[in-house]
Design a protein around this ligand. Structure first.
Ligand SMILES: Cc1ncc(COP(=O)(O)O)c(C=O)c1O
Length: 361
């Protein structure tokens, strides 16, 4: 489904929030939730005096030191979702040319349309492992291009963009006088640790959060890294959207940064195991094509001749299982599978997916 010019909502987000709960949620794109009360933390550690703290310095500094950048480069926001919107709203004026990858995480496309951008699309093709088409990007970019929008890892495919490709994208942006917004919410689920694009040059603006890979969605701790002058503009623009971030969440987020290794313990191994389970499942299904899942929390198989909407309906109604139909990524014959959950849940979810696929043959 492609949102239209001047979108006033995210149809995908609305859909995702209004689906009934299922036991085998292969539609989820996050790791299991982490319980913060398993950390050495008491209620007395939280400031409960009702005060809010503009640009809360300890959190900015925790984020900055994680990346080895200065606090001036850091803007905090309500999750990666608001970080993306804030970055885009700072960088896009009505009529600006913006290039958005296809397929994409729909709210990023809808946000660009909402902001009045002239949107052009650069493809990631299944046959090319969903690698962003750099030659096409080169042809699309003009001196009027203000922003290139992408995610690394890519949602839905989980594809990692190499540093070489990122540099090439950065060079194209630089020639146009544009910026590159890289949503890195899944980057910490790459098979091996990867550097943020923020370190590749001042044309890069990145967003991230403690949600998907750390199981801390409820904190809504998101951030943007940008050069200081741009970061300052984002803070100023954010004064129009809300006064400050909820302070207890900021304090809990500082705790989370202190214990991040503990919070992430076991995640890399679980994801590796889950990707192997998924790869094995796909290998046994003639009607599915999918590149080997190597990175990340999501995979995006193609169902031959497939209506994945019906597949999702059947899974939800009969198998207590869910996927994300490909129409939300403008590729209706594909569907997204989340690989972040408990391996036993994933195993059973894949078995049920297999039964539903059999039934639709
Ligand atoms: C690419 C991408 N960016 C941002 C988000 C939202 O992230 P957050 O929960 O940190 O706001 C999602 C959630 O699915 C996503 O897939």
């Amino acid at each position: 489904m492609t949102p239209g010019r001047g979108a006033m909502q995210s149809d995908y987000m609305h859909w995702a929030k209004t689906q009934s709960k299922v036991r085998f949620a292969l539609s989820s794109s996050e790791v299991p939730h982490f319980r913060l009360d398993s950390l050495p933390l008491t209620i007395a550690d939280l400031d409960l005096d009702g005060a809010s703290h503009p640009r809360y310095a300890p959190l900015r500094s925790a984020i900055a030191s994680r990346y080895g950048v200065a606090s001036d480069n850091v803007v905090t926001a309500n999750g990666t979702a608001m970080a993306n919107f804030l970055a885009m709203a700072t960088l896009i004026a009505p009529g600006d040319e913006v290039i958005v990858e296809r397929p994409t995480y729909e709210p990023m496309l809808s946000a660009a349309l909402f902001l009045g951008a002239e949107v052009r699309r650069v493809d990631r093709r299944a046959g090319d492992g969903f690698r962003l088409d750099i030659r096409q990007l080169e042809q699309l970019a003009t001196p009027r291009t203000r922003l290139i929008v992408m995610a690394n890892l890519h949602n839905p495919s989980g594809t990692l963009t190499s540093e070489e490709d990122l540099r090439a994208i950065g060079a194209i942006a630089e020639r146009s006088g544009a910026r590159v917004l890289v949503d890195e919410v899944y980057l910490d689920s790459a098979a091996l640790p990867r550097r943020t694009s923020a370190l590749l040059g001042s044309q890069f603006v990145i967003t991230n959060s403690l949600t998907k890979v750390y199981g801390l969605s409820g904190l809504r701790c998101g951030w943007i890294l940008a050069e200081p002058e741009l970061a300052e503009r984002m803070w100023r623009l954010n004064d129009l959207f809300g006064v400050n971030q909820p302070h207890q969440s900021e304090m809990l987020s500082c705790f989370a940064f202190q214990y991040l290794n503990e919070i992430a313990r076991g995640t890399a191994e679980r994801l590796q195991r889950n990707r192997a389970l998924f790869n094995e499942f796909v290998a046994g299904r003639d009607e599915l094509q999918c590149m080997t899942a190597e990175h990340g929390i999501t995979a995006f198989p193609c169902r031959e001749g497939g209506d994945t909407e019906r597949l999702d309906e059947l899974l939800r109604s009969k198998y207590d299982t869910s996927i994300v139909p490909g129409r939300w990524f403008e590729m209706p014959d594909h569907f997204r599978v989340g690989l972040g959950g408990d391996p036993d849940m994933l195993k059973e979810g894949l078995a049920r997916l297999g039964s539903a696929l059999d039934e639709l043959k």
